[in-house]
Ligand binder design. Structure first.
Ligand code: NAP
Length: 285
């Protein structure tokens, strides 16, 4: 059976687990050859083996998106291994700790900037150079909470996603005369380690008390946003660029809240999500 991404080659950064792995599985299931990339070679190898065991075509490379040379090497790796490059998803991201901005270790703040901002810049640079030259391709940049406005106690993360939104719109304008598609994607809340393993700066723990309820109400498994990411990468968006695709809607919020209300009212067991909320010292330097 023909898949809607047959013959396409896709690089997905941050695809050893979570949403990136979900997108890689979805693309591979639709016939694409996928390139897995994250910092740990072992997790890359495991993700590649998983996709191959599901009948997909996959290869992988350990890269840190914060390093431009490694991202150039990733682009070359994809082309050398699979013969072309058609789709690039800048998905790798990190949340940083939850808490007041001045309580962050500067190194933790820099890590968010290097991954979420510089990583997206590096990925966009190498992919767009290639796409512009061949006059085709799709670039997908991952948004997140705060892409459309400030979020207190998640300042590094939300500000980085605001930057990604603005950067992606400008890239789309600059390339609109070409056949290259540039897209921003907000996947909503996704059940991944980023959401369930949270470092909280000491003193801010109370603010996270409602967090498990919010996650239960609104978080979806990676396979749901991954299907939307497949749509963006498919020919359905040929001729389009500059779209902001958002799957977090008032309807999602309403149905999630109703389901949680029902659960509480009828004393149903919760979904058993394993939250790891770890207090970390406040920066005092
Ligand atoms: N989960 C949510 O609710 C949610 C909501 C909105 C948007 N998003 C966005 O979706 C994207 C994926 O998030 P997720 O929830 O799937 O996170 P996750 O489960 O923590 O996975 C993050 C992935 O990125 C990789 N990664 C992290 N830093 C990297 C770096 N410097 N270089 C290369 N790879 C790196 C990780 O592997 P290594 O650690 O081995 O490198 C892992 O594969 C992020 O951009 C996030 O902001 C998530």
């Amino acid at each position: 059976m023909l898949g809607i991404l047959d013959g396409k080659v896709a690089v997905i950064t941050g695809s050893s687990r979570g949403l990136g792995l979900g997108i890689a599985q979805e693309y591979a299931g639709a016939g694409a050859s996928v390139v897995i990339a994250s910092r740990s070679q072992r997790s890359v190898d495991e993700a590649v083996a998983l996709i191959r065991s599901q009948g997909g075509v996959a290869s992988g490379m350990a890269v840190d998106v914060a390093d431009l040379d490694q991202m150039k090497a990733l682009c070359d790796f994809a082309i050398n291994h699979h013969g072309s490059l058609d789709i690039w998803v800048n998905n790798a991201g990190t949340a940083g700790p939850y808490g007041p901005t001045i309580g962050f270790e500067p190194a933790e703040f820099t890590q968010v900037v290097n991954t979420n901002i510089m990583g997206v810049y590096h990925g966009s640079l190498v992919a767009m150079r290639h796409f512009t030259q061949q006059n085709s391709g799709k670039l997908i940049n991952m948004l997140g909470h705060g892409y459309n406005g400030p979020v207190a106690w998640q300042n590094a993360y939300s500000a980085s996603k605001g930057w990604v939104n603005s950067f992606t719109k400008a890239l789309a304008i600059e390339s609109k005369e070409s056949k290259v598609g540039v897209f921003a994607f907000n996947p909503g809340m996704v059940l991944t380690e980023l959401l369930t393993n949270v470092d909280v700066i000491e003193g801010s723990e109370d603010r996270l008390k409602v967090f498990p309820t919010i996650v239960r109400m609104w978080a979806k498994p990676p396979s749901i946003p991954a299907k939307k990411a497949l749509w963006i990468a498919s020919s359905a968006t040929d001729g389009k660029t500059g779209l902001l695709v958002n799957i977090f809607s008032p309807w999602t919020m309403l149905t999630g809240a109703i389901a949680e209300g029902y659960r509480c009212l009828f004393h149903k067991p919760d979904s058993g999500i394993d939250f790891q909320i770890k207090p970390i010292p406040r920066f005092k330097g």
